[in-house]
Write a new protein. Structure first.
Length: 425
């Protein structure tokens, strides 16, 4: 924990392993391999175009024309210019990805090119001259870019191997025998071959087991539907809700995520906060949130005000102050990976659970977990017991995982910004 590592780590593939890695070009950045196959070169790019309305950081809001009498859209001058700009922008990014793919191989790079009939190229590279800007803007796949260079360059380091498939072979109907057909022949097959040929994997049920689950998915798996739950009938009626950018509130999960990040930053300043009175704490917290909020463009003054109120309420809470004053170590946003079997939640012995603990306080003889909640409580008539029960599975997983990893007793508290402290039994 002091080294900033997870409670548990999964093993990763080594370069010496006898295996084939399949990955996206983005994932391969910074990596090198002895042999690389750059597959699917013929696949056309999916390029974005302005259809009705498009928002771009440089072009602004782009509108196409709309004929309300005939009810159809057609390209505007702004849309035409924007489409041309987007085309160049996206092709430039695809070229950068091609460069990444071509530079991953240490020894050999395989580039499968496929032509139907005679090989046709999108431009001429026989004179080793770069195609014009206009020609490059019309290319639509990695093969369009690479084929002329590969096939028309007379250089020793490019080796071309051809394989032909005739139309007759391609269209010929091929029928395959399955294992049942072979078994029906009652052929004299060598026992070892028969055993391998008709082998059936004995643990087919295990293939349906999810190896790694989140705390949330286990919580859903273990909870029951309340008796008073109502059936929701979804209709196709249009819901003309106010757009997010005009609303005074972010989507609840987004606001909750940012609130958790703010608490992490402020918690790191506890040593300074602990020396202040309530008014000074509030002023200091407001300054911190103002500084951190500059990194979040989505936050309005309403959101910032709400976060200031939440944080000030937390750090001026007497029970929270009691916990924080006695601790001798604060760890925030602590990730963990734990065997479900070790904490009594496994449906299968190999299953693991992963999660993130908001805040862990260290004491001489135990640890305490603090979990922040941004749920709206006011006006719901929910009791502290009901709120604790809502998150009982989650907190049980957290406390048991921490206890197994740290070897000391672990307690937990929920802190609802709209309610207060709730100890978890």
């Amino acid at each position: 924990m002091s080294e900033g590592k997870d409670f548990g780590e999964e093993g990763s593939l080594e370069n010496t392993d006898d295996a084939v890695r399949v990955m996206t070009i983005h994932s391969s950045k910074g990596l090198e391999f002895k042999h690389v196959i750059y597959a699917d070169l013929k696949q056309n790019y999916t390029l974005t175009k302005v259809t009705r309305v498009y928002v771009h950081p440089k072009l602004g809001i782009v509108f196409n024309n709309f004929n309300d009498e005939l009810n159809y859209h057609y390209e505007s001058i702004h849309g035409f210019i924007a489409n041309d700009f987007l085309n160049i922008e996206q092709l430039s990014e695809e070229l950068r990805l091609i460069y990444v793919a071509l530079t991953r191989a240490e020894e050999k790079l395989y580039l499968p090119l496929m032509f139907k009939g005679e090989a046709a190229y999108k431009y001429d590279f026989s004179r080793m001259e770069k195609p014009s800007f206009e020609t490059r803007a019309e290319l639509r796949s990695a093969m369009d870019f690479l084929a002329p260079v590969l096939m028309q360059s007379d250089v020793p380091y490019i080796e071309v191997k051809e394989a032909e498939f005739s139309a007759a072979v391609e269209n010929e109907r091929i029928e395959y025998a399955d294992l049942e057909d072979i078994d029906a022949l009652h052929a004299d097959i060598i026992p070892e071959v028969r055993e391998r040929l008709f082998y059936t994997y004995p643990n087919t049920d295990d293939t349906e087991v999810t190896t790694k689950e989140s705390v949330t998915s286990i919580k859903r798996r273990n909870e029951t539907i309340p008796d008073g739950a109502a059936y929701i009938n979804h209709t196709s009626e249009v819901n003309l809700r106010e757009p997010n950018f005009l609303a005074d509130s972010l989507e609840a999960p987004i606001f909750g995520t940012i609130m958790h990040e703010m608490m992490m930053h402020i918690m790191h300043q506890w040593q300074t906060l602990s020396l202040m009175d309530d008014n000074a704490k509030t002023a200091y917290i407001e300054t911190l949130i103002d500084n951190y909020s500059e990194n979040y463009e989505l936050l309005s003054t309403v959101h910032i005000k709400k976060m200031k109120e939440n944080a000030a309420r937390f750090f001026n809470d007497s029970k929270m102050n009691e916990l924080l004053n006695e601790q001798r170590g604060i760890y925030t946003e602590l990730p963990f990976i734990m065997s479900q079997e070790a904490i009594g939640y496994a449906e299968h012995p190999e299953q693991i659970v992963q999660g993130i603990i908001d805040c862990l306080l260290e004491y001489d003889d135990h640890y305490t977990i603090i979990d922040y909640k941004t749920d709206r409580v006011a006006g719901t008539n929910l009791t502290g017991e009901q709120l604790a029960d809502r998150y009982s599975t989650q907190m049980d997983i957290y406390t048991k995982s921490a206890q197994v990893s740290l070897g000391k007793p672990v307690t937990a508290v929920l802190y609802f910004f709209d309610y207060g402290v709730i100890p978890v039994e």
